[in-house]
Design a binder for this molecule. Structure first.
Ligand code: BG6
Length: 479
């Protein structure tokens, strides 16, 4: 049992004193400036609003996904607001095409590197620890069009170069790194791994070969980091979505276990350093023939220091012949759980699932965990209180409070957790729909789905609430 810390005179909290509270973002959802600073085109720059597959049809100016919220120019203002929230950590990602515009160059784009220097300077000013994702559903578009993305083994070499450059450049500034955001997401949306082959033509072998290349690249980046920056820590990042059997029928329990395995595979390889038996059996039964070299096997043995994950919802599974997927979700979708309510986008709300997944991962891997995304996407209404624009987002406060209470329970269960970063502490462009109106932030950004708006930032009610949670190290949470 962890010792309960006493805050002030009366309040107690299960959160450790050095717990990293903060927020999480990604380059393509906040930076904007897609054509500035020598940046090349990213796969994210050609996505259509409301659709993640641009292959057959390039977007037109009026259906192009919105670019970010101009963090590229407003980072100082935004980081000052994060400091006001009391952030200990900020998760950002580095835009690969800002550093290597095409992806296959020998030397990097200095202007891109200098941008992140400025961001790290600003974070240092406030003592905010950066947590940096190398690839958040992003890569140079050129690598997609020329190599079919991660289907090609060549990508490992390009990623090695990218990782080496940023590790060497930021070696004294960044301690916590992540390789690929939600690496298991690529099985469901291959374009996010830069795969250009249309879904209907893509074979299971190509898809898992691409996943294998990312797993090898991730392990090689871990090895590189350990060699180049002693003391720095590398984590993997997976979509966590606990799978519950729809009924106690053992067939449903087995079906849930198999679905769970398809996600666990990625964590297992990252933590154990080799493919698990159930994965090899799956490849065999599905006729998936992977090209795995001896060097790949050696690379995979370089395992991560911690496991990070996003958590938004859980799902059910059944073996029934009339199985239907009605529950929408974060990249993954599943069988609806009749006991849960859902968000406006159909994602089922399950705070207890977070405690379950924390225990499950800790029991399975015995590696420190890091919750690097969690939050509620909702439609916010801007109102004026005492002449100041704000949002009365009690629904967001309730959602986050309830999830954090369960995090506290998991800490009491003995789970080792480094930190917690809410998704989109400032409103960002939605990853799955490209909308602005799906908001997660404590900070409202004045911008509409059609791109209109001043981009001004306003504090929501949840801003003060989260600042209190951080200041009290979780003691103000309401069970
Ligand atoms: C995760 C991604 O899938 O979920 C983020 O890592 C994304 O990039 C987040 O934004 C929430 O999804 P959405 O579609 O509500 O923005």
């Amino acid at each position: 049992m962890p010792k309960l810390l006493t805050v002030g005179k009366t309040l107690q909290t299960p959160f450790p004193a050095d717990f990293l509270w903060g927020g999480a973002t990604s380059a393509n959802q906040i930076e904007g400036a897609w054509d500035q600073g020598g940046k090349g085109l990213s796969i994210q720059d050609v996505l259509r609003r409301g659709a993640l597959y641009p292959r057959t049809e390039r977007p037109t100016p009026d259906n192009l996904k919105l670019e970010g919220i101009d963090f590229y120019h407003r980072y100082a203002e935004d980081i000052a607001l994060f400091a006001e929230l009391g952030f200990k950590v900020l998760r950002i990602s580095i835009s690969w095409p800002r550093i290597f515009p095409r992806g296959d160059e020998e030397s990097p784009n200095e202007e891109g590197l200098a941008f992140y220097d400025r961001v790290f300077d600003e974070l240092e000013k406030y003592g905010i620890e950066p947590l940096v994702t190398l690839s958040h559903y992003e890569m140079p578009l050129y690598l997609t069009e020329t190599y079919d993305g991660w289907v090609s083994r060549e990508l490992i070499k390009f990623f090695d170069r990218f990782a080496t450059v940023v590790f060497e450049r930021y070696r004294d500034r960044v301690k916590y790194w992540l390789t690929f955001n939600e690496i298991n997401g690529m099985l469901h949306l291959p374009f996010l791994a830069g795969i250009n082959t249309p879904l209907e033509e893509l074979t299971a072998t190509q898809l898992y070969q691409a996943a294998h290349h990312q797993l090898v690249a991730s392990a090689r980046a871990t090895k590189l980091l350990h060699e180049l920056v002693p003391g720095a820590q590398m984590g993997c990042m997976i979509i966590a979505a606990p799978v519950y059997p729809l009924t106690p029928d053992p067939h449903d329990v087995l079906a849930s276990m198999k679905l769970d395995h398809s996600n666990m595979l990625f964590g297992d390889v990252h933590v154990r350093g080799h493919y698990p038996g159930y994965g090899l059996r799956y490849f065999d039964e599905q006729g998936i023939n992977l090209d795995i070299t001896d060097q790949d096997r050696e690379d995979l043995t370089h395992t991560v220091d911690f496991v990070s994950f996003s958590y938004y919802m859980s799902m059910c599974e059944t073996a029934a012949a009339d199985r239907q997927e009605h529950a929408a979700g974060n990249i993954l979708s599943g069988v609806e759980n009749p006991t849960l309510r859902a968000t406006e986008w159909g994602w089922q709300i399950d705070p207890i699932g977070l405690r379950i997944v924390l225990n499950q991962y800790w029991d399975r891997w015995q590696k420190p965990l890091f919750i690097v995304e969690n939050g509620l996407g909702a439609i916010d209404e801007l109102v004026e209180v005492d002449g100041v624009p704000t949002v009365i987002d009690d629904y967001r406060i309730t959602f986050l409070n309830d999830h954090l209470v369960q995090v506290g329970e998991a800490l009491r269960d003995g789970v080792q957790l480094i930190g917690y970063t809410t998704w989109g502490p400032i409103d960002v462009v939605s990853g799955t729909t490209g909308q602005m109106s799906k908001r997660y932030g404590f900070i409202y950004v004045d911008r509409n789905d059609d791109g209109s708006g001043t981009l001004a930032r306003y504090r929501k009610k949840s801003f003060g609430w989260y600042a209190d949670v951080i200041r009290s190290n979780g003691a103000t949470l309401k069970p």
